[in-house]
Design a protein around this ligand. Sequence first.
Ligand SMILES: Cc1ncc(COP(=O)(O)O)c(C=O)c1O
Length: 392
Amino acid sequence: MQTAARVTHLPPYLFLSLDQMVQRERARGRDIINLGIGDPDMPSAPDAVIALQQTVNDPETHRYPEALGSKRFRKAITDRYHARFGVDLDPETQVISLIGSKEGIAHLTWAYAEPGDLVLVPDPAYPVYRAQAEFTGATVYPLPLLPENHFLPNLGTLDPSILVRSKLLWLNYPNNPTGAVAPRAFYEEAVSLCRQYDILLCSDLAYADIGFGGYRPESVLSIPGADEVAIELYSLSKSFNMTGWRIAAAVGMRSAVLALGQVKSYLDSGPFTAIQNAAVAVLDTEPDAFIRGLNTIYEKRLNLALREIRAMGLLGEVPRSTFYVWFRTPPGMSSAAAASFFVQAAGVALTPGSAYGVYGEGWLRLSLTVPFVTLEDALMRMRQALSHRDNR
Ligand SMILES: Cc1ncc(COP(=O)(O)O)c(C=O)c1O
């Protein structure tokens, strides 16, 4: 039976293809180190695990969750925003629970975009923004992220004829895949532009708590007046090693929270209440101590990766957040050719930059979500593979 065009035209989900390729090579007996997928390798915050074990015994948690999320969850998110970003939110009207931020990306797009609209999507980017815009029949207008502009879109050059047709602007800082971060002045410019052209600013803050060298990511909602035009996605996935739990929140602009709730009420009933309770336990008990430990581990891995990639002559910008290193392909190789070279010659899987958009061509993404010794082994193999190639 023929699937809908929106499915037929969808490229295979990047990480699924990557995973299948790794499985295929492993089935052939090859030892592959997978640095392609950004899924934390360490266990979830212990407070979450303990709280879930306790709360799941309460039959109250077994019923349909509250539409916008439990009061306790919304309050915990509000408290987190106050403590972490200095942002005050109303838990009743400015917070909604999500089954992960990926779910929020999808349903925000469904709440606003329609055929004829433009959706402003960075390139390279997490592929879900584009796919969801295309699902709705809207047109994606790519915003190139270039190294010479520190991987920030050049908003000042957008033509008013484009802006008047634009419904959503997606921003994702700290940025996957480039590791770039947004200075406050950039957020100010984005808020002011979205106000002027009545565009919903969607900020995907998936890497909210990861930072190196003392860097701490900011929230776009800390810009005065931003909550009249912006909605932000805050996820527990990366901050607390909870990708499998599927728990996040959308916060900020009241009418966008409401619209998202309307769409969701016809699609899902929100995250399992026991998981919301576990999230509350994490957010309420010293979350920063856990995050400091996490960042120390990632930073150690990062320094190792930077040293080795620099020695290979491929280093681009040094990331201040995320757990990715975005680096150049070896001279003369496309992203796909380089990714395939490192699998074949080194047994190391990386993500080809071109999978994130045309402006990702010429780049590779390495994920720091493997233990230090595994990373050390992978980088040594990559270096050896390159030097064999150069000596041929
Ligand atoms: C930029 C970005 N946004 C969203 C997500 C999805 O996060 P969640 O687990 O909260 O759905 C990811 C996951 O890799 C991501 O990189």
